[in-house]
Design a protein around this ligand. Sequence first.
Ligand code: BES
Ligand code: MN
Ligand code: MN
Length: 458
Amino acid sequence: MSPEAYLERELPRFREELFEFLRIPSVSAREENRADTARAARWLHEQLLEIGLEAEVAPTAGHPVVVGQWMEAGPSAPTILVYGHYDVQPPEPMEEWTTPPFEPGVRDGRIYARGATDDKGQLFLHLKALECFLATDGRLPVNLVALFEGEEEVGSPNLLPFVEERRERLTADAVVISDSNMFAPGLPSLLFSLRGLAYFEITVQGPTGDLHSGSFGGAVENPANALARILASLHDEGGRIAIDGFYDDVVEWDQGTREALGALPFDEEEYRASLGVAALGGEKGYTPLERTWIRPSCDVNGIVGGYTGEGAKTVLPSRARAKVSFRLVPDQHPERVAELLRRHLRQATPPGVRSEMQVLHGGLPWRAELEGPFLEAARNALEVGFGRRPVLTGEGGTIPIVRDLEELLGAQVVLLGFGLPGSNMHAPNEWFPDAHVESGIRTLVHFYREAGRLGPSG
Ligand code: BES
Ligand code: MN
Ligand code: MN
């Protein structure tokens, strides 16, 4: 039987297994889900063993890493490392979900569940593509290393040391990752970039305690007012980031890439309307796709301070706090951005309050090598799976380990995602197209088969 025929026969069971995986609330950020997250790791471990790989659950200082290996294709075949993450974002706000986040179900051809697209659903496609080979041929066309982490959604704090330590055993010719979206329904894409991330918490401290805003307002600097001014100072009128030196390391993208972006079927008006906003924002002189893919950005992710309960309370709070993150592009570095922001805060903080900055996490931006046999194999595979040559797209999000994997292993990284725009990653009602379970696995079967015809270095 061919792997494809096996896929067709076993698809209903695959879907059941996917649902089982999605039912585990592997929320890495929440202490109360620690045992669930560990259960998701064990679930993956068992899958790998059943499929026929050697596998282990490797503990880290945080959530475990699940590693699998099948090296019997021999030294003349390439080694592919497949990376994915089995942790998910918290599901809140719960009341916005039509059906509960950890009770997967299909509506209108969509599998709804937290992690359906990001990334449990997509990681699962790889497992099943591998199973299709091992259950029929008894072998894989490539040597394979599986690396599944449980801390991507909290910044992968323990993965880099793990990879460094095991570098030898993780060595691969190519890294393949499915943790992103296609450009449009029916239009697959390969990623040429990911943005990096630099995430901070800023605390502004004023008087030692909360004060009556009538008795003291006007005479005492209010930390919430001051924080608002500080946050406002991060951008100029033209939507550029107004931190001295911030753009020093930003590499201008070549004209070819910008033209390719311009040629993508993108309707700005439709995009605006779909988001329910009256106008789009951002840096002058760039299109929305450029603003999210090849230009850096800065967003306040949350602000608290003072009274936020019901009704009104006249208080001058003693402190206010904001979470602020920057998306970075090549060759920016999170540590450099931290340094620049620290300097900016010193200038932007008014007398009468103190500001403090804490680094939460970071990740390097990544820009793809656009040529190479593994990328070609991915192109062909997507064409087989979806009937169309993929377009090249960028991505505004971050996968922190990508640059490190590329550099440490010296491997070509191929990002082929099967989610769809509007998949609600991180939001309520996350979904994955039901039909992409089959077309995704079919694509990956083809990818691994074609990769197997390449030599070790491609
Ligand atoms: N899968 C996403 C990254 C992504 C988002 C790729 C959208 C393609 C399209 C990943 O799981 C993610 O959410 N990353 C975080 C990283 C952070 C928590 C360190 C992000 O981008 O915010
Ligand atoms: Mn992800
Ligand atoms: Mn995510």
